[in-house]
Design a binder for this molecule. Structure first.
Ligand code: WQD
Length: 342
């Protein structure tokens, strides 16, 4: 029987790619998103790629009545919870907005799930919950650390809320997915990352420089204790990440308790390696210069993804070249993002 899964934040970068993978795996998908950081056009694009139009509710997940209404119309088998504010810098300026929105959404969702007897949730967490410990690679057995910004704390606290809720409800199944650095786009070039304003993250910035929207990239720091002096991260193709969610929801269904998985490749690349690879696969020059370090950046951050391979049977298969090629394909086809078309 077809299973129906709700994706909160379903029109966002990771949500939209996960929707495509889930539909292609035979799930029925319901998207909820207040469109505060995404476009309604994503729903059309998902339909264009898959041939199936997902149900879409333009609601705020923190709105109890709106969420109840959704749950009463749809018979849900599980939820993947992506919805949340995610700009690290902004979270330090507006911490209360971040705590209220991100924690409010998680708690509201758990309340409504309880009311309607929905027992499976996969949560969009982040490697940021490991804090500043510095031991690499990160394994799931390490304790969560001290986060350096409110955004990170909302992920860490949401993990705690979900863990406590699961301890109190023996029928609840919680899967916490800790993403490393998701980049790239669907190879169709129809969906991808579309940040509002000046991008905070490396890949969208590089892609916007390549397409001529920004003059040059500033590389934050070249004096780190790493092979080329720039920071290293575990970049993962968003389609590999999306496939991880398909495995996670299947794993979570019908079990009880909490399980945590890193989703990364296990191989770190430096900022310089990313920029050089992007320029090579796109054939476009990406002007850059070195600037000062950015506050809060760790020199190195990468995953031990062995647990996800052993338990979920999942492995990230796409290369850095694939990630850069697909990010460029998206950017080139949509130079100003979703709203730039027509
Ligand atoms: C990667 C590297 C920068 C921009 C953050 C969050 C994390 C997660 C993903 C999001 C770093 C360097 C970047 C630029 C640069 N959350 N850089 N110039 O910081 O690893 O992770 O995003 O939802 O929680 O912390 O990713 O892409 O910002 O940076 O040199 O203009 O690129 O210093 O070394 P980060 P990032």
């Amino acid at each position: 029987m077809t299973k129906t899964i709700l994706l909160t934040g379903g029109t966002g970068f990771i949500g939209s790619h996960t929707a495509v993978e889930m539909i292609q795996e035979g799930y029925r998908i319901v998207l909820a998103d207040d469109l505060s950081n995404s476009s309604r056009k994503v729903v059309d694009r998902i339909e264009e790629i898959t041939g199936t139009r997902p149900a879409f509710y333009p609601i705020d997940v923190a709105d109890r009545e709106a969420l109840r209404d959704l749950f009463s119309r749809e018979r849900l088998d599980g939820v993947i919870h992506f919805a949340g504010f995610k700009a690290v810098g902004e979270s330090t300026e507006k911490p209360l907005d971040y705590y209220e929105n991100n924690l409010g959404a998680t708690m509201n969702l758990l309340r409504v799930m309880e009311e309607f007897g929905v027992k499976t949730i996969v949560f969009s967490s982040s490697a940021t919950v490991y804090g500043q410990g510095g031991l690499m690679p990160c394994t799931e057995t390490m304790p969560r650390g001290v986060c350096v910004n409110p955004y990170g704390w909302t992920k860490s606290m949401s993990e705690q809320i979900l863990t406590d809720a699961s301890a109190a409800d023996p029928d609840l199944s919680v899967v916490l997915l800790r993403y490393f650095n998701p980049i790239g786009a669907h190879p169709s070039g129809l969906i991808g990352e579309d940040p509002q304003g000046i991008p905070n993250n490396l890949m969208p910035f590089v892609a916007q420089v390549a397409v001529g929207r920004r003059e040059e990239l500033t590389i934050f720091g070249n004096d780190y204790d790493t092979p080329d002096g720039t920071c290293r991260r575990d970049y993962i193709h968003v389609c590999d990440l999306a496939e991880g969610h398909v495995k996670a929801i299947a794993f979570g269904e019908g079990r009880k308790g909490v399980e945590v998985f890193n989703l990364g490749t296990g191989t770190p690349y430096s900022v310089l390696e990313v920029v050089e690879t992007f320029a090579r696969v796109s054939g476009v020059s990406v002007p850059w210069r070195f600037g000062p370090r950015r506050a809060g950046d760790l020199p190195d951050l990468w995953a031990d993804p062995a647990k996800a391979t052993e338990v979920l049977g999942w492995k990230a298969g796409r290369t850095l070249e694939d990630m850069c090629r697909d990010a460029w394909n998206w950017q080139r086809n949509n130079p100003r993002g979703y709203e730039g078309e027509e």
